[in-house]
Design a protein around this ligand. Structure first.
Ligand code: NAD
Length: 321
């Protein structure tokens, strides 16, 4: 069994490798070669923690496993540890023997950023120049860094519910040499691509904050009840998702489904666009919306990629098990 500890992930994993792994597994999901298992998420009744498992099997990539982890709200204050904790376990699909244990914390941010980047690569207008950010927390910095590589963006505009957090994303834009401007939500009409990455339970971005031709990557809503954008925006947009079942139950589409503004048939797996079985964007005026809910196969794909990199660099720790 190989171990790749959390401390080594930053030096090993690249945004390019994460992008390639996530794009490939989205394609495999759409062609029926890979499927996610039902998600388990439980309140432990201990330390106020939420704990669960996201797993799946990619028959094309021969990746089998699960991510185990969750949220321990007291970690930072009481123990100096980050609140989100996860570990990925990979298994040999031929034998069922465990093959790798990989730190999952940084990988989660990288695979989530890779998902919105895949959507931007395949769905945003090629001439997109202004990138809008709604959200400025931990994930937002990863989202912005990855998105800036997808088009020749000339400007980043940002809004956050807690304006004092905006310097988090301003710093990332500055590092990439792209000017940053804080705007009101109404100013988002200037954006060609908008990423929403907040933990909100009511919509911030309304339909009239979005111009024709915009691509939206809605990445924050991954639980029942969360919501970042007005449901009517989904009726106005062509909607894509990492996985349709998650999109309509725990993703941004849940609200438009409940409200009857769209149906399940209106949501297309992004893998269909990657595979060329759906044309993707059909005009410069169309609004495209990617509902990124986060699937277990993404975690397994980036974990398998980092194990390969660790082996190549001689950094994988081998133990008899
Ligand atoms: P964080 O705590 O670092 O940041 C939270 C962000 O949400 C901040 O920008 C904050 O200002 C904003 N926010 C909080 N309350 C708000 C409100 N009422 N209205 C509008 N904005 C509000 O969290 P994070 O780690 O950056 O995660 C952000 C979200 O992304 C969470 O909901 C998390 O569950 C989700 N997430 C999704 C995936 C996925 O695969 N889709 C993966 C990881 C995290």
């Amino acid at each position: 069994m190989l171990i790749v500890p959390e401390r080594d992930i930053a030096d090993l994993m690249t945004r390019e490798a994460a992008f390639a792994a996530v794009e490939k597994v989205f394609a495999a999901m759409a062609s029926g070669d890979a499927s996610n298992f039902p998600v388990v998420r439980e309140a432990l009744g201990h330390e106020d923690a939420l704990y669960g498992f996201k797993g799946g099997f990619d028959r094309a990539g021969l990746t089998l496993g699960l991510k185990a982890g969750g949220y321990w709200p007291n970690n930072l204050e009481r123990r100096g540890l980050i609140n989100h904790q996860s570990t990925v376990f990979l298994f040999d699909p031929d034998t069922g023997k465990v093959s790798a244990m990989v730190g999952g914390n940084l990988l989660t941010a990288l695979r989530t950023a890779a998902a919105s980047s895949v959507s931007i690569r395949h769905l945003a207008r090629p001439d997109a120049k202004v990138l809008g950010m709604v959200g400025a927390g931990h994930q937002a910095t990863f989202q912005l860094r990855a998105a800036l590589e997808q088009r020749d963006f000339e400007k980043v505009i940002g809004w956050n519910y807690h304006p004092e957090m905006l310097p988090n994303i301003e710093k990332v834009a500055a590092e990439a040499g792209v000017p940053f401007e804080a705007v009101e939500l109404s100013g988002m009409t200037e954006a060609d691509v908008i990423i929403t990455i907040t933990s909100a339970f009511s919509p911030s971005l309304m339909a009239d904050h979005v111009s024709s031709g915009t691509h939206l990557a809605c990445m924050g809503t991954d639980t029942k009840g969360k919501q970042e954008v007005e449901a009517s925006l989904l009726a106005r947009a062509t909607v894509f998702a990492d996985e349709v079942a998650q999109s309509i139950s725990i993703g941004e589409a849940q609200h438009a489904i409940t409200g009857g503004q769209i149906t399940e048939a209106d949501v297309t797996q992004i893998g269909d666009v990657i595979n060329g079985t759906h044309p993707g964007r059909s005009s410069d005026d169309e609004i495209t919306l990617f509902d990124g809910t986060g699937v277990g196969l993404q975690d397994l794909a980036v974990a398998a990629a980092v194990v390969d990199l660790a082996v190549q660099k001689g950094l994988a720790i081998e133990v008899d098990f």
